[in-house]
Design a protein around this ligand. Structure first.
Ligand code: ADP
Ligand code: MG
Length: 253
């Protein structure tokens, strides 16, 4: 218990610190963006100088995106949740997702007609989906297939998690995740990547916690990884619900 709250406090302090640095850093970068942009457009300068100014602007834009991510993590936008059809939201979001992970990757997306509804903020759901898909793509540096599936499921076996859920599955055929990484991967700032922020799964976890959902991982070094997120369904609609074939490991009675 004590260890837990100490860890919580440490994480909160780190978040504060990161947010402060990110904020100042982003403001500082506007100077690079502003003057870099002006220099890049000055036709009295030699071509290679303008090219270098353009590179400064590009780097400053990347830095701004990173700072924005850190700020978002430390101070998440808390728009009110709404009753959503995740299928419609996901379908609409697919083109954005494709563009975000790049043309080396194929996305196979399937959803049934009848899914049921979930009480969640739209931006939180798309953020979660994006983070999982980006991780899936990064596990396959040569490119490959990211499979995304939505399905209605019914969980049985654990009294805390009985009932109807919408399952989101994101599967890759990448490197897999070893046991030690699985133990720590949801910790803020934990990363095994040279350019990682370690915030992706921490954000995913927080979103899942907030809606009272569950997250489970199945991974092997030979086959790749599947992340499963279970969102609690709202309403009493009964159509199209199937039993989830494999009980998530920690739910077994
Ligand atoms: P980041 O992607 O910036 O490293 P994340 O929080 O998104 O941070 O992920 C933490 C770590 O979890 C990654 O560095 C990686 O080691 C591991 N990981 C997450 N998803 C996958 C995946 N689909 N395949 C392999 N490793 C993964
Ligand atoms: Mg990530």
């Amino acid at each position: 218990q004590d260890e837990r709250s100490a860890a919580h406090e440490k994480a909160a302090a780190l978040e504060q610190l990161a947010a402060g640095v990110a904020h100042d850093f982003r403001n500082l970068l506007t100077v690079f963006l502003g003057y870099g942009g002006l220099l890049a457009r000055r036709d009295d300068l030699p071509h290679d100088a303008r090219k270098q100014a353009k590179d400064i602007v590009t780097a400053a834009e990347q830095g701004t995106a990173l700072a924005k991510g850190l700020l978002e993590f430390a101070h998440p936008q808390t728009a009110p949740p709404a009753v959503l059809d995740l299928g419609a939201v996901a379908a609409e979001f697919m083109p954005v997702l494709k563009a975000a992970i790049g043309s080396k990757y194929k996305i196979q997306y399937t959803q049934p007609d009848e899914l049921g509804q979930v009480f969640i903020e739209k931006g939180q759901f798309t953020r979660l989906l994006l983070n999982l898909a980006v991780n899936a793509s990064e596990a396959m540096p040569e490119g490959g297939l990211v499979t995304i599936r939505l399905a209605p499921v019914k969980l049985t076996g654990n009294p805390s998690y009985l009932g109807r859920f919408v399952l989101l599955e994101v599967t890759d055929t990448g490197t897999g995740i070893d046991a030690e990484t699985q133990r720590r991967m949801f910790d803020p700032y934990f990363t095994t990547k040279s350019k990682g922020t370690g915030l992706g799964l921490a954000i995913v976890r927080r979103i899942v916690d907030r809606v009272g959902g569950l997250i489970r991982v199945e991974s092997s070094e030979s086959k790749g990884t599947t992340f499963r997120v279970f969102f609690p369904r709202v309403g009493a609609s009964t159509g199209g619900t199937a039993l989830f074939p494999i009980l998530p490991p920690q739910l077994g009675a």
